[in-house]
Design a protein around this ligand. Sequence first.
Ligand code: PGA
Length: 253
Amino acid sequence: MTNRKKIAAGNWKMHKTLQEAQGLVHEIRTMAETELMNQAQILVFPPFIHLQTLVKQTEGSNIKIGAQNMHQNEQGAFTGEISASMLKSIQVEYVLIGHSERRQYFNETTTTCREKINKALIHGLKPVYCIGETLEERNQGNHFVVVEEQLQALADVQPENFSNTIIAYEPVWAIGTGLTASADQANEMHIHIRKVVSEILNADFAANVSILYGGSVKPDNAQSLFAMSDIDGALIGGAALNSRDFIDIAKSF
Ligand code: PGA
């Protein structure tokens, strides 16, 4: 018997000015308070410069704010980077690690992700670790192997941090393309992920970790995804930029 947290997480990527961000969070908060019965934890990942404002704006609500990335070092000469302790100092609670766009455009690897996850946990941040295969890797039948390799980044997570760690499976071919993995395809991978993390860490973590699906999640496909045995929520890009769509997805549990 597990008690996995249901999560609807919005990854805003490089979208929204401060004023637009405040407006969108205002709408999300109002709708969440009137329409949601706490069936899901709501997470919002805005650009760095809006974090502090939005943390304040969501105080006392069911919405938690997270960063889209962080640097793996404690501090130092890394121009343009943000550390875990900086995020923690403004009450940020969550951080995306290893999003496929970071891997693709900013050369993040399983090794750097492993360092980032460890650093995030040391500072009391909750990492949402993103993994997933490209279309080429899936067509070659390598999708399970690719995900297994990416999951090695979780190898140092200690039992006291199991409940602070979240996984997001996002097949790269489904991100922003309108192509969604079918509910069965996604669930098949989620089951595989639990098996692999059970081998890397332990069965308790595997059974209790929330695994989100991401890649063109919309109000009209969320329900079939969430109905699957091993899908505990969604990491939502495009549809999270619209308050109505985002809340409708969160209502689909
Ligand atoms: P999408 O993005 O929902 O626009 O496909 C998902 C993501 O990249 O997290």
